[in-house]
Design a protein around this ligand. Sequence first.
Ligand SMILES: Cc1ncc(COP(=O)(O)O)c(C=O)c1O
Length: 398
Amino acid sequence: MKFSSKVQRCDYSPMRKFHPFAVAARAAGKKIYHLNIGQPDIATPPAAFAAVRDFALPVLEYAPSPGIPELIAAVAKYYRNNVGVALQEEDILITAGGSEALSITCNCILDDGDEIIIPEPFYPNYNTFVQAAGASIRPVDTTPHDGYRYADREKIEALINDHTRAIMLTNPGNPTGTVLAPAEMRMIADIAKEHGLFLVVDEVYREFVYGGEELSSMASFDDVAENTILIDSASKRFSACGARIGVLISRNKAFMQHALKFCQARLAVATLDQTAVVSMYDLPADYFLASREEYKRRRDVAYRKFKEIPGVVCECPGGAFYMMAKLPVDDTERFQEWLLTDFEDKGETMMFAPGAGFYATPGKGRDEIRIAYVLKEADLARAMDLLALGIQAYNARR
Ligand SMILES: Cc1ncc(COP(=O)(O)O)c(C=O)c1O
């Protein structure tokens, strides 16, 4: 028996290797502040739980493969009211998280030997979705010194060749928090249009922008409607990661018809989860304002703390709830392990996500980290102080 070359090219989550060290540190009585995972701590709106309690049908049937009509209508209304985009029912497929939307997309547009252009550092699971489709990632190079910005026309166009099928972006970005300006979005849309490429835009962090700007979406450029595929999700928007509800959106009819084949093959997305998410789309618009303000305060705390650490390179990111920084240490994987095994301050330590796992280029990101500012301000400040103390003690060792 033989495993596929596709699965053998895939890797485990880069965060997994620190789990045993974290378990041992906890067993030894250390408290760990987790800035390593993007699990929001903000309460899921109670309406979601009420909707599940009130579910009255006698049989928990398969939902329709494209999603329940109430949720599709709720998503269309959200796009109309929040980003000014008019979507038809057939432009929307409900998926098991944005993750399934990504997997379906890669399987619809990529073949063995194809390439997809993605700015690095990027969300590490993109590796698995792209590799499983037989394709490979062509990274657009960025640096911490200019805030990981990648909207450089020449740089992107230089990566396009006969194998290129798509450009994929996360906006606002994970792991960098970088937000594209409208002119940058327009320029990238122009590249996709001129070169006949799909433009896959992962907008699962759309609400989390802190510069006072209007919400934006790549879907608002009508002239690239055929190129554009949007990945959306309830996970971060409503602090409901466990609901496992995502959305695949495109006005490219042929793409949506192909995507529907995968939706039909997996039959349906969980009915109760879809019901819960419908109720959250009915929340008043100020729901987003409150969570945005909360994350903005946290971003400001984390950024201020980073800037106080000598030798750190970090630009203030405009969105999502992540921040990437270059640290004055040789290897952030070794440093993370040491923080768990050898370091403590008053019985406490912290975790981040080492940078290398967010890069496709071997050797890159070794002195970088990503933090997720998903802790309350006081805990976040303490975690950042532990990071500063840890850097000092780690570098004093030798
Ligand atoms: C950039 C990005 N895209 C997609 C996802 C998938 O999220 P979900 O499957 O929960 O919708 C995540 C989750 O962290 C993410 O960070």
